[in-house]
Design a protein. Structure first.
Length: 291
């Protein structure tokens, strides 16, 4: 069993159910699972080796979700990086983690100097962007996975003590440190959620709709999105760096959101909206809110 099995299982049992939403884009479990498999095949074909570290620097989007699922299936380690860090900090984490590959959104490409991350060869930097905006000499993400099989790779050696991802600390008292999260440890977190909610009659995990506001580079959103996929629910991904209290309410009503996790200032901003604004939206679907 691996962390990505929730997505795989629901691609069989709920293939046409919406797995993830981002702006106007909606993908089913079957589609997301196939794209994660395509990425896994592409990484193996590229020659990455078991438990190689791959950095991910991008804003919230659906590709982020399929990337860390694809890396799991290729037995590779995800190193999600906080996009709010300054260039020197970003490069420090890439180097400190011994990353040999990098997925990076085009919006953040200028924050990295490839010469400063010597372990990552230029041909192993993959850009998430429209094809026409991909810098010359770099791989476009869609081109990278195009033509690869949509079935799960076979004969990939996976163990429960494999590292799933490095979650880097904020570095407020020194340099950021990579906290290793194993497959087994992450699965234990997911199991714990099922146990804790099993006796709560007002929570039906199979109908879970998670509003993903906290950046997916943080452990909070990594775990939250994984739990949703294991439940067969839907992850509604909120754009990074564009927090708008009323837009949150709009999405809760539109997508029938059942749960979310926010930092306290976000919750305060929502509660501080005028009553006339808050009362415009139906929040009755919301059953829980974490912080």
């Amino acid at each position: 069993m691996n962390v990505a099995d929730g997505l795989r299982i629901n691609s069989w049992s709920n293939p046409e159910k919406i797995a993830a939403v981002f702006d106007d884009k909606r993908v089913t479990y079957a589609e997301l699972n196939a794209r994660a498999n395509q990425l896994a095949h592409a990484m193996l074909k590229k020659g990455f080796e078991r438990q190689d570290k791959i950095s991910i620097l991008m804003y919230n989007n659906i590709e982020f979700l399929e990337i860390y699922h694809g890396l799991i299936r290729a037995a590779l380690i995800s190193v999600p990086i906080n996009f709010r860090l300054v260039p020197a900090e970003l490069e420090y984490i890439i180097n400190n983690s011994d990353s040999v590959g990098l997925f990076i959104g085009i919006e953040l490409f200028e924050k990295i100097n490839p010469d400063n991350i010597p372990l990552v060869k230029k041909e192993n930097i993959i850009i998430i962007s429209p094809k026409e905006l991909t810098p010359e000499g770099y791989l476009n993400y869609e081109d990278f996975i195009a033509g690869c099989p949509g079935n799960e790779p076979e004969n990939v050696d996976q163990k429960e003590n494999d590292i799933f991802y490095f979650g880097y600390t904020s570095g407020t008292t020194g340099f950021p440190k990579g906290a290793m999260n194993t497959t087994r440890g992450t699965l234990d977190i997911i199991k714990n959620i099922f146990v804790r909610t099993a006796g709560k009659k007002h929570i039906d995990l199979s109908r879970r709709v998670m509003l993903v506001i906290i950046p997916i580079c943080h452990s909070n959103s990594v775990w939250a999105t994984l739990i949703t996929f294991w439940c067969g629910g839907t992850n509604v991904v909120f754009p990074s760096g564009q927090f708008n209290a009323e837009k949150v309410l709009q999405l809760i009503e539109k997508e029938k959101v059942t749960t979310s996790s926010m930092v306290p200032t976000m919750i305060i901003n929502i509660l501080s909206l005028p009553d006339g604004v808050k009362n415009k939206y139906d929040m009755s679907s919301l059953t829980s809110l974490g912080s």
